[in-house]
Design a binder for this molecule. Structure first.
Ligand SMILES: C[S@@+](CC[C@H](N)C(=O)[O-])C[C@H]1O[C@@H](n2cnc3c(N)ncnc32)[C@H](O)[C@@H]1O
Length: 327
């Protein structure tokens, strides 16, 4: 795709992209009531990452309350807010699922209704020793009112058994599936943006373009405005511009604003790396040498690569990672 976007720091409905280095509350206040069709964002999780001071949980919830109220104001009736969150970990290791913590802040907004709690599942992340490793986050999808936009056809996925036919009832013998594909459901497996992911920038917490793209396609129409108050590396804006929507976003960190601008420039030139949402997930074969690096063998095997089934017997006692991946 080669396009030229009209980009500005001050909001105007004529911009293709408004990108502002400001506190999100100041940014949102400059957007008129009912201007946006969709707010899609991932806020800080209060984990004390480089881009956020760690505060008390009450202060964090109060900050989120202010941001959510502004987002509710700028979304038009029939539009949506999607809040992509994971888990806040308190000092003593207590977990607070942020969707549960923040649910009431949305529920109290007049006419907002929860439509889905989408589980975003991925296979990479930290390996915990004292509990199960976290491998999902979620997205709360709230609509403003009951008459809301939902373009299901735009996000259908291939049927598993396309030739399947009804075996009873009035449709017996006829194809039973929707020829346009099936509803993608509310559990999505999309690789997270770590190390070797093609979309990786130096931003520490990017989400994949595909994740935002599903919601942009389903919850907006061409030329609609999509807003992300915590823009980071600009992923929501990119998912929107790629699909001919307008976008607006803010971040307090100038470095991240530069990354976002750079990605938009690459998109304009047609060079932006993108992992297609239709691309399948890599599944390693259990007997592949890649699943057992040589240093996981005990000494005495001559450094030779074993067939995995025999290698399992000689794995070091402190390494259970590769044993579990063969199951
Ligand atoms: C979880 S990251 C978002 C990452 C983004 N979804 C992406 O794909 O790159 C949260 C972002 O919020 C920004 N941020 C934190 N506090 C903010 C505030 N008060 N106003 C605007 N941005 C803020 C951080 O700098 C960080 O880039």
């Amino acid at each position: 795709m080669k396009r030229s976007f009209k980009i500005a720091a001050r909001y105007s409905e004529k911009n293709d992209l408004t990108i502002t280095r400001r506190h999100c509350i100041q940014f949102l206040r400059a957007i008129p009531d009912n201007a946006a069709q969709l707010v899609f964002t991932s806020p800080p999780y209060n984990l004390g990452k480089v881009y956020e001071p760690r505060t008390t949980i009450d202060e964090y919830v109060s900050f989120q309350d202010d941001v959510i109220a502004e987002c509710a104001r700028i979304v038009r009736p029939g539009g949506s807010i999607c809040w992509q969150v994971g888990t806040y970990v308190a000092e003593r290791g207590d977990l607070f699922p942020l969707d549960i913590l923040l649910y009431g802040l949305f529920a109290k907004q007049p006419s907002f209704r929860l439509r889905n709690r989408v589980i975003w599942y991925f296979e990479h992340g930290e390996h915990c020793r004292n509990r199960l490793s976290g491998r999902h986050e979620c997205i709360l999808w709230w609509s403003k009112g009951d008459d809301y936009l939902f373009n299901l056809d735009a996000i259908r996925v291939p049927q598993k058994y396309p030739g399947k036919r009804s075996y009873r009832g009035p449709n017996r013998g006829r194809p039973s599936g929707n020829p346009r594909g099936k509803n993608p459901g509310d559990v999505w497996s999309i690789p997270n943006v770590k190390g070797n992911h093609v979309e990786k920038t130096s931003h520490p917490c990017q989400f994949p373009i595909a994740l935002a793209e599903y919601f942009v396609l389903a919850l907006t129409n061409t030329h609609d405005l999509v807003v992300d108050p915590f823009l980071g590396s600009g992923t929501t804006a990119i998912a929107s511009l790629r699909n001919c929507r307008r976008a607006a976003g803010s971040d307090i960190n100038p470095e991240y604003i530069e990354i976002a601008r750079g990605r938009v420039r690459s998109l304009e030139r047609g060079h932006l790396p993108y992992r297609d949402r239709a691309k399948s997930i890599y599944v390693p074969l259990p007997n592949s040498p890649l699943t057992v690096p040589p240093e996981h063998f005990v000494e005495g095997n001559g450094g030779r690569a074993h067939h995995f089934s025999s290698a399992r017997k000689t794995l070091r006692a402190d390494s259970n990672l590769y044993v579990s991946s063969s199951r």
